[in-house]
Write a protein that binds this ligand. Structure first.
Ligand SMILES: *Cc1c(COP(=O)(O)O)cnc(C)c1O
Length: 400
């Protein structure tokens, strides 16, 4: 079948909740992917940072096959020999004390919302039914009803009411607004260290540090959603490390499997996840041996193959090269590590047409928020590959 036929099938039978670029991919290796016509592209999206380790990383693939042939799912009704080692390894790596394994990012967010509410009632003494959680404008935490209920993006909410109550929205990066929003019933603050889907928005220096102090003073659980920023993307294992802070709860997902399997986790101190008793929460696939085996190797690969160091070294290089492009369309280049956004002026006519032009040159990128192009290649990218990309990005951004 050719490209048009695959597209036709998707359009004929699929829900239209995505509008993908018209490229049908069939194979991937490292930073490269190939379409069904045999064209090669450099992947500058990495599946929204789920493929930090590169496509089809051989060690992760081998671990997945090996585990798939041995044991895949027993449910949490029984124990399995991958879960404990996974817990220990991820806790040691992230200095956490307790883990809750789930599947998607949104489920990790939902799970932490349940945990902090229960903590609020049982430990902080908030009156039953009164718990408040503070979130940020322009946030992205997933797509469930509860989560889109506190989104400020009109399209994410439109048509889905009624929503879950108990959330308060404050501007991102504004410590004073956060402090003012706290009441005796506030149980938690949920924030992305860098807003990813919101357009690669980096908060002012010191923001997370001040938030940490305020959360300590006011007894508010500090939750960082590192589902996109975590696991090496910004040049640290967790983006919160850039400010030297440790959140009470940290959410990871996406790259936790290197793109091979849906797995997410809530990482916690003992106190918050400690509120869960048997039966309080669950997931059929959460913590299954296949997921755990894949995640264990995906984490090892990230560390042993020095991918975090590579992001720290090449991210600033990539950003400098992008900033040096003298295009009249570019308003700002920003980001951290290999999570980079190029914001275009309103008059440029939207980022999507540039993504289309980049595709024709062999680069796959995705616009976010109409006017921002995100550049987030797998963390195994080399300097030569970045130079190759920059040449094409410069050509594209110089087009009228
Ligand atoms: C992608 C993402 C999520 C949701 O993850 P899913 O696996 O798509 O449910 C949550 N938070 C952030 C910051 C994300 O980037």
């Amino acid at each position: 079948m050719r490209t048009e036929e695959f597209i036709h099938l998707e359009e004929e039978f699929g829900a239209k909740n995505y509008k993908p670029l018209d490229v049908v991919l069939t194979r991937g290796q490292g930073v490269w992917v190939w379409d069904v016509e045999g064209n090669r592209y450099l992947d500058c999206l990495s599946s929204y940072s789920a493929v930090n380790q590169g496509h089809c990383h051989p060690r992760i693939v081998a671990a997945m096959i090996e585990q798939a042939q041995r044991l895949t799912l027993v449910s949490r009704a029984f124990r399995n020999d991958q879960l404990g080692p996974f817990y220990q390894e991820i806790c040691e790596l992230t200095n956490s004390h307790m883990v809750l394994p789930m599947n998607s990012g949104a489920e990790a967010v939902e799970s932490c919302i349940k945990a902090v509410r229960k903590w609020g009632y049982q430990v902080k003494g908030v009156p039953e039914g009164q718990a408040e959680i503070i979130v940020c404008e322009n946030n992205f935490h997933g797509r469930t009803i509860t989560i889109v209920g506190f989104s400020t993006e009109e399209q994410y909410r439109d048509g889905y009411a009624p929503f879950t109550p108990g959330f308060k929205v404050v501007p991102f990066g504004d410590v004073e607004a956060f402090e003012r929003a706290i009441t005796p019933n506030t149980v938690a603050f949920l924030v992305e260290p860098i807003q990813g889907e919101g357009g690669i928005i980096v908060p002012p220096e010191g923001y997370l540090r001040r938030v940490r102090e305020i959360c300590d003073e006011q007894r508010v659980v500090f939750i960082t959603d590192e589902i996109q920023t975590g696991l090496g993307r910004t040049g640290k294992l967790l983006a919160e490390e850039h400010e030297g802070v440790v959140a009470d709860l940290t959410l990871v997902g996406k790259a936790l499997s290197g793109g091979l399997y849906p797995i997410s986790a809530v990482l916690s101190n003992k106190e918050v996840l400690g509120v869960f008793q048997p039966g309080d929460h669950g997931s059929t696939y959460g913590g299954n041996p296949l997921a755990c085996a894949v995640a264990r190797v995906a984490l090892q690969v990230l560390i042993e193959e020095k991918m975090i160091e590579n992001a720290a070294a090449l991210g600033p290089y990539f950003m400098r090269q992008l900033a040096a492009i003298k295009s009249p369309h570019v308003k700002e280049v920003r980001g951290k590590g290999l999570l980079i956004g190029v914001e275009l002026h309103q008059e440029a006519g939207g980022a999507r047409r540039f993504c289309q032009s980049l595709k024709a040159k062999g680069l796959l990128c995705k616009e976010t928020h109409d006017n921002v192009i995100r550049f987030a290649p797998p963390l195994v990218v080399t300097q030569e590959e970045i130079d190759w990309a920059v040449e094409r990005i410069a050509d594209t951004l110089m087009e009228p």
